[in-house]
Design a protein around this ligand. Structure first.
Ligand code: C5P
Length: 219
């Protein structure tokens, strides 16, 4: 029988990571951050000096990158060729380039294969990203599309980054969402059957509680 899969998709800064980890912890499920995988791929290609504006070069170089993800929601890990990259994948340089790399179809094929393997290996998992309910796990028992107002998302992200420039943060999130939702390969969108959860006026615990309740109804 296939493991319980909870797919949590949504735009940048909607609170997907904190929410997904909280849901996984509450339900004793594994946790996979697919955004961290696209970020780690981007970090590896930048380090290798690959021209990220050349999709063919990106696709070829991506073949040579070995990623591994640890799925403990309390201590998720991400490695590239054995190197712990949890910190550098959050740099502005990676954040500014990741959407370019994620738009390359062959990169997506490689990472979707890894994501499906992690799901199959689990005894139940919360998977967060942009295309989990639509492409990676279309048969997921629970699909959530987590949204929040742009200003709320920017305020949250600016606080996480210790930045005081909420306007610049909002512009950066909007730029990334624009690329992510208009690309040809697996664009960000609400999957068929996904339930929209709007976190704008909810606390993190309330969002987690809402999703835990939905999982209870549907699994
Ligand atoms: O979730 P996070 O903001 O870390 O994701 C970083 C980037 O990775 C996104 O802006 C998007 O370009 C890409 N991504 C994706 N598909 C996923 C997860 C992330 O294209 N499933």
């Amino acid at each position: 029988t296939s493991p319980l899969v909870v797919a949590i998709d949504g735009p940048s800064g909607s609170g997907k990571s904190s929410t997904s980890r909280g849901v996984a912890d509450r339900l004793k499920l594994a946790y996979l951050d697919t955004g961290a995988m696209y970020r780690a791929m981007t970090w590896a290609l930048l380090r290798a000096g690959v021209d990220l504006s050349d999709p063919a070069a990106v696709a070829a170089a991506a073949e040579r990158v070995t990623l591994s993800s640890g799925t403990d929601p309390l201590a998720p890990t991400i490695h590239v060729d054995g190197t712990d990259v949890a910190a550098p994948i959050r740099s502005d340089e990676v954040t500014g380039s990741v959407s370019l790399v994620a738009a390359v179809p062959h990169v997506r094929e490689l990472l979707v294969d890894l994501q499906r393997a992690a799901i199959a290996d689990s005894d139940g998992i919360v998977v967060e990203g942009r295309d989990i309910g639509s492409v990676v796990a279309p048969d997921a028992q629970v699909k959530i599309y987590l949204v929040a107002d742009p200003a709320a998302r920017a305020a949250r992200r600016a606080a996480e980054n210790g930045s005081t420039d909420a306007a610049a943060t909002e512009a950066a999130l909007a730029a990334r969402d624009q690329i992510d939702s208009t690309r040809t390969a697996s664009p960000l969108k609400k999957a068929d059957g996904a339930i929209v959860v709007d976190g704008t006026h909810l606390t993190l615990d309330e969002v987690i509680e809402t999703i835990v309740g939905l999982v209870g109804e549907r699994s």
